[in-house]
Structure formats: structure tokens, C-alpha cells
Design a protein around this ligand. Sequence first.
Ligand code: ADP
Length: 160
Amino acid sequence: MKTAVYPGSFDPVTNGHIDIIKRALKIFDKIIIAVGDNPGKKSTFTIEERMDMLKECVKNLKNVEVDSFTGLLLNYVKSKNSKIIIRGLRAVSDFEFEFQRALMNRVVDNEIETIFIMTKEDYVYLNSSIVKEMAMFNGNVNGLVPEIVEKKLKEKFSKT
Ligand code: ADP
């Protein structure tokens, strides 16, 4: 049973994230989506909101679990009996940051591998921040995020 951990902020989950999850499921038996609970990093949605949206989005996918983690990712991955970290790659701009993180993780623990999955062409320029910016100014985010996220974004930004 090969379990892979897909970590991220998912603030909020986009169709780009879902695309990576579906692709990863073709390779691994189980995917644990690990939502980073980092008190030092300001997020738009709370950890519970981010997890609830994710759970709703993956409810029809078999062998996908939504969890949260704090502290060192490597320790979390080991605690789940996994040796694989999944990251998504969009444009070349992701590369430098991801390369540094993956190599650093490897220096600390050579047993854990980071696997990169390339996104669908449609989502190359998609990230959570752009989606939030669009939603804040009433832009249409249809097709960029799952329906539940579209609804939550509307709720969030109509309050501010
Ligand atoms: P982080 O704060 O760790 O970068 P994100 O939620 O922004 O968390 O991203 C989690 C992972 O999903 C990262 O590997 C990121 O590159 C990937 N990702 C984000 N958006 C997309 C997308 N549109 N297509 C493919 N991968 C994506």
C-alpha cells in the first residue's frame, strides 16, 4: 500500500489542486491531503474551513483523506507511514522554490522522496491568491474552483 502526502495551504482549494489529487491517485494507493496549520502564516480561511471545503470536494474520490499538520512536514509524513510527498508544478516560477524545499527535505531525511506532478494546461496560472483577489472584487471564478469554494468565497467577501 503506497501512501503519499499532498501538503499545502489550500487557502482555498482550487481546481488545480483537485487536478493534482486525481493524477496522484493514478500512481498511489492512498493520498493524504495535509493542510498546513501554521499559526505564523496568515490565512483567509481557518484550518477548519479549508479542511471542510476539501472534504466536500473529495467526498466522491476513493482512498483520499483530509488531515491537518503542524510543525515539520517530514515528521508528519513519517507519522503516517509514508515516504512520499507530492507537490504540484505549474510554471517555471514554481521550480526554484520547490527544488530548494525538496532538496532540503532530502538532506534532512534521505528516505523521503518528493514527487512533482505537472498541472493541467488550464490551471498553469491558477493559484489560491489570484482566486481570492478575483472573488474580492466580484470577479467570476467559475471553472477555477469547485462550486462549494465559489460559494464560500462569496460568503467570505460579502462580509468584508
Ligand atoms: P503552499 O502554501 O504549500 O504552496 P498551496 O496550497 O499554495 O500550498 O499549494 C499546494 C501544492 O499545490 C503546491 O505543490 C502547489 O504548487 C500546488 N498547486 C497549487 N495550485 C496549483 C495548480 N493550479 N496546479 C497545480 N498545482 C498547484
